[in-house]
Design a protein around this ligand. Structure first.
Ligand code: PLP
Length: 407
């Protein structure tokens, strides 16, 4: 990460920086930096997880319709009623969870805001958040903004299973939130029933609130179906479940997300949301209500089928070039060991960053160096790269050809 920070954003390292101390350790997000370098060098960007294809064209029509129908002023702060209704129906249909659309759902500006509102709305200074590493990069930053402590349990390459002994040893009287991302970015894990049942038992035993980031809820493969932690016995009342339409409908730029849970927990999310954004883009909420109502079962299955082909294309290409990849059963990321490409000229302190840089410069393919997503097992993160397969098959094939030639 340091390479990108010094190269691309020298002003951020200036000692006269006015950035708040709580945020200073987080520097500049690795996503922006890799995207910048990839654009500058004309690389194919398999770094940041945004599709290079469009979502259903009907959604743009639905958004225009909503604008023409006059949904252009502030939306209801908890979410436009048609979207809150569509979310509650989807959650009931897919997971058998009953959520009152008017009290148990809060629409946010993407899952990112829902994560922020869930943590800021429930944490007090001195509380602790327990999650897994590698983690999504906003988790520690928002925890720090809340003045809380961030603790992690590593998931180890290549099977990334939860070590429950380790998890139990990290629960302290200060632990208030168990933060779970499932299906998991970047490991691609879809946690199995045994793991979910043990997680539920720990939450109940220690009276933890589970904050579940389920943005990849519809992307699972090889029969490893995603089961939300909230749907386990005793968990519906103590879980805030977060999702968004960015990943499912390939519209990451629309930033429509939500949190659902018991009315009591959603009130805490709303307590922060009302001061973060107050309300979310109104016409897009109507379009997303239309999306959730219209594109269900068979459409979602087709989405998964297409993603399975993309996943295979990436896995085959990485193997051909000498990477050792873990086969993901969910999300749209692959973690791969890069040992074969490390050479003495690379920075031994940050090999993942050095190799990500070399990939962009020499092969024209960008991937994310994941060590900044680790706290404890940083040395493991430094041996890996994260590739995204939310790209057209032609893009993935071109990237794999470039890797094979360039390496
Ligand atoms: C695990 C995880 N959570 C949250 C988000 C953010 O979602 P949104 O774009 O809806 O804010 C992402 C996006 O990459 C993600 O991977």
């Amino acid at each position: 990460m340091r390479f990108f920070v010094t190269t691309m954003a020298p002003e951020r390292r200036n000692s006269t920086s006015r950035t708040a101390q709580r945020l200073a350790p987080f520097g500049t997000s690795i996503f922006g930096e890799v995207t910048w370098l990839a654009q500058d060098r004309g690389a194919i960007n398999l770094g940041q997880g945004f599709p290079d294809f469009e979502g259903p064209p009907e959604l743009a029509d639905a958004a225009f319709r909503a604008m023409r129908d006059g949904h252009n002023q502030y939306a209801r702060p908890m979410g436009a009623v048609p979207l809150a209704l569509a979310i509650s129906k989807q959650v009931e249909r897919d997971h058998g969870l009953h959520r009152d659309p008017l009290t148990d759902v809060c629409v946010t500006s993407g899952a990112t805001e829902a994560i922020a509102a869930a943590l800021l709305g429930t944490l007090d200074p001195g509380d602790a958040v327990l999650t897994f590493e590698p983690f999504y990069d906003s988790y520690p930053a928002i925890t720090a903004l809340a003045g809380a402590r961030f603790d992690t349990v590593p998931l180890h390459f290549p099977d990334f299973r939860i070590d429950f002994e380790r998890l139990r040893s990290k629960v302290t009287p200060e632990t208030k939130i168990l933060l779970l991302n499932a299906p998991h970015n970047p490991t691609g894990r879809v946690f199995d029933d045994e793991e979910l049942e043990s997680l539920a038992a720990i939450c109940i035993e220690h009276d933890l609130v589970a904050v579940c980031d389920d943005v990849y809820e519809h992307l699972w493969f090889d029969g490893a179906r995603h089961r939300p932690l909230a749907s386990l016995p005793g968990m519906g009342e103590r879980t805030i479940t977060i999702s968004s339409t960015g990943k499912t409908f390939s519209m990451t730029g629309w930033k429509i997300g939500w949190a659902h849970g018991s009315a009591r927990l959603v009130a805490s999310v709303f307590a922060a949301h009302q001061f973060l954004t107050f309300a979310t883009a109104h016409p897009l909420q109507h379009a997303m209500a239309y999306a959730l109502e219209t594109f269900d079962g068979p459409w979602l299955q087709r989405l998964r089928d297409e993603y399975e082909q993309r996943r295979q294309c990436l896995l085959d290409g990485l193997a051909r070039s000498g990477f050792t990849a873990a086969r993901p059963s969910g999300s749209y990321f692959v973690m791969a060991r890069h040992d074969a490409f490390f050479d003495a000229a690379d920075d031994p302190a940050e090999p993942d960053v050095a190799i990500a840089r070399r990939l962009i410069e020499r092969t024209g393919v960008a991937a994310i160096p994941p060590s900044s997503f680790y706290r404890e097992a940083v040395s493991e993160g430094r041996r890996l790269l994260r590739f995204a397969f939310c790209k057209r098959i032609e893009t993935l094939q071109a990237a794999m050809d470039r890797l094979a030639k360039g390496l």
